[in-house]
Design a protein around this ligand. Structure first.
Ligand SMILES: *Cc1c(COP(=O)(O)O)cnc(C)c1O
Length: 500
């Protein structure tokens, strides 16, 4: 209700009550005013009523909700199911216009405002998380792999002679496929083993640049967040090479926003060398359903170019989800999630270390990977395989052994932990990777990885470690690594049950 309607209400309800209602309303209006003025994360999160009220107002600004509006075009945001309309808060026009995903849509002032505000809130969050000099960003309604495709295609216009993308190996399919889908030839640079860690071979990257010549290289495609024992790439050294040879540098920061270390690497690489843009997933960093990714750059025009490479309009859902989430968390809420994650990482690291010790294994030393941890399975899987090898069965680690351990965890409701051993090959496109999953042609031992990702709690870590211990014991018994302890059938069944 606007001010004059409230005044009229005073003839129905005594004016002191209306006055109080007016004050309460004004404080919500002020929240909106601050958001529009500052275009930053609110210091503290909004309550759901405020967010819902604001979304409703935005929806009423779109033509599909105008009273008496006649839509005479072929796309008028008509929605058959009211259930669907409510699922989208009656916003139906999506975002963008045919030639630019960040363009204002004349029929949809509310949706356009939401999209622009979301990009502002995201940029502020990226700065809060550590990349202070980020200049612009765009939330795309496709996941990280597709957003990388769009970024590469944008670069292609500027580098018509380029054929190759240099890529320090990371065994994740979507980022590899993004280069092939964009029509480029990935030049895979193997990692080097330093202690337990797999690290970027900077010298090999430079050799490749010299061998191919900068003009034929579209960009260097590096990675921060990844599974241990691979470390975040040596971004500062890579950025120095990109500056020296004048090659664009795109970083896959899939789940790196949640780590101050990944964000610091990006900030430093940009400050001292060349880094054009970094790409991250909305679901992995902002706890929303899968659907979007964010491309952040240091030059506004590059991000504008990417927005203009996107053909057509797009779903507003990924923007709406992030908009709601960031308003609801506020700066304090997101900071809290970041600091909780750091604690959970330390907690998981200590817990895995003690599991390792009790099995004569070790937590691999991967201090340059701030999110993922790896536990060696030298005796647990290795021994089982060795006894098989003695029997003349096989001469290397049998991948089925490790697959079995992984699936034992999965059936006990542990998802996301991966068991990796040498021996598996994977062909993607026309490329065959040896030891796919291990980021390396040779890694000395089989291992298990687990991640301390944003949102994970200490209770979840406790439950995970408990199930892991059970599974490791059972696996060893089964494989004859330790003697079968006589156990009644009942006991065995009991120990099989997940404690959920
Ligand atoms: C999640 C992830 C991606 C992207 O996967 P999408 O499904 O496209 O979001 C790329 N690289 C790494 C390392 C990832 O973890």
């Amino acid at each position: 209700m606007n001010s004059s309607n409230l005044s009229m209400a005073e003839s129905i309800v005594p004016s002191p009550y209306i006055k109080q209602a007016r004050d309460a309303r004004n404080s919500r209006e002020n929240q909106v005013k601050q958001l529009l003025e500052q275009r930053k994360l609110p210091p503290d999160g909004w309550d759901d009523a405020a967010i819902e009220g604001f979304l409703y107002e935005l929806a009423m600004m779109d033509s599909n909700n105008f009273q008496g509006n006649i839509g005479a075009g072929e796309r008028e945001a008509r929605i058959a199911s009211d259930f669907v309309a409510r699922r989208h808060f009656r916003l139906g026009h999506g975002v963008g216009r045919s030639g630019d995903i960040t363009a204002i849509q004349p029929k949809a002032a509310g949706s356009s405002l939401l999209m622009r505000l979301t990009n502002c809130l995201v940029l502020d969050t990226i700065k809060l998380a550590g990349v202070r000099s980020a200049a612009a960003c765009v939330l795309l309604p496709v996941a990280t792999g597709m957003s990388l495709v769009l970024t590469f295609l944008t670069l292609r216009i500027k580098r018509p002679k380029a054929k190759y993308i240099i890529w320090p190996r990371i065994d994740q399919k979507s980022c590899f496929k993004s280069m092939i889908t964009a029509g480029f030839e990935p030049v895979v640079v193997e990692n080097v083993l330093e202690g337990d860690e797999l690290r970027t071979d900077v010298a090999a990257v430079e050799e490749k640049i010299q061998e191919l010549g900068s003009e034929s290289i579209l960009c260097l495609h590096s990675t921060t967040s990844c599974f241990a024992p691979r470390a975040a790439d040596r971004l500062v050294e890579l950025a120095a090479l990109c500056k020296k040879y004048d090659i664009p540098h795109i970083v896959n920061n899939a789940y790196g926003v949640q780590s101050s270390k990944c964000m610091h690497l990006i900030q430093e690489a940009h400050r001292t060398g060349r880094l054009d843009a970094f790409v991250q997933s909305t679901d992995k960093n902002f706890l929303v359903p899968v659907g979007g990714a964010i491309v952040v750059g240091f030059e506004k025009h590059f991000i504008d170019d990417i927005s203009q490479t996107y053909p057509g309009r797009a779903s507003a859902t990924p923007s709406i989800d992030v908009f709601i989430t960031l308003l609801s968390l506020g700066a304090s809420g997101y900071r809290k999630l970041l600091s909780q994650r750091k604690e959970v990482y330390e907690y998981l690291s200590a817990g895995l270390s003690s599991v390792a010790e009790s099995h004569g294994e070790k937590l691999l030393k991967t201090k340059n990977n701030p999110i993922s941890l790896a536990l060696s399975l030298e005796t647990i899987v290795g021994e089982a395989t060795k006894s098989k090898a003695l029997a003349g069965d096989t001469d290397e680690v049998d991948p089925t052994e490790t697959t079995e351990l992984g699936s034992m965890l999965f059936t006990r409701f542990v998802s996301g932990a991966r068991v990796v051993a040498s021996g598996s090959r994977r062909t993607i496109g026309s490329y065959t990777f040896i030891n796919w999953g291990a980021h390396s042609n040779h890694y000395p031992s089989p291992y298990l990885t687990a991640a301390a990702a944003i949102g994970m709690t200490k209770d979840e870590v406790d439950a995970f470690l408990k199930r892991l211990k059970k599974v490791l014991m059972k696996f060893k018994r089964k494989r004859g690594v330790i003697q079968e302890v006589s156990q009644s059938k009942e006991e065995q069944e009991k120990s099989d049950r997940p404690d959920v």
